[in-house]
Design a protein. Structure first.
Length: 96
C-alpha cells in the first residue's frame, strides 16, 4: 500500500506527459485529483479541452515546454480522460 496524494499537478505541453501521467495515476490512485497546468499565454490546450475540439491560440509565453499553439492529433481526447481540471498559470506566477 503506497501513499495516494489528494491532488497531483502535471504540466501540460503537447499533452503526452500529462496524458501518460494521468492515465497511470488513474489506474494506481483513482481517488487522486489530477490537475493539468497550462501557461496562460499559450492557452490552446486549455481552451480545446473545455470546448472538446482542437482550437488554435497565440503563444507568447516564457514556458517553452508549454508553448503549444495547436493540439497534436488525439491530445484533447486523451487529456479529457486523464485530467480532472485544467488551470492557467501566468508567466509571472511561474517565475515566482
Amino acid at each position: 500500500a503506497g501513499i495516494e496524494p489528494e491532488v497531483l499537478l502535471v504540466q501540460v505541453g503537447d499533452g503526452a506527459l500529462a496524458g501518460g501521467v494521468g492515465a497511470w495515476i488513474r489506474e494506481r490512485s483513482p481517488r487522486t485529483r489530477i490537475v493539468g497546468v497550462v501557461a496562460a499565454r499559450a492557452p490552446s490546450l486549455a481552451r480545446s479541452i473545455e470546448a472538446d475540439r482542437d482550437l488554435d491560440a497565440p503563444v507568447e509565453t516564457i514556458a517553452e515546454g508549454m508553448a503549444v499553439s495547436h493540439p497534436v492529433p488525439g491530445a484533447v481526447a486523451r487529456l479529457r480522460q486523464a485530467l480532472d481540471e485544467v488551470v492557467l498559470v501566468s508567466d509571472e506566477g511561474m517565475l515566482r
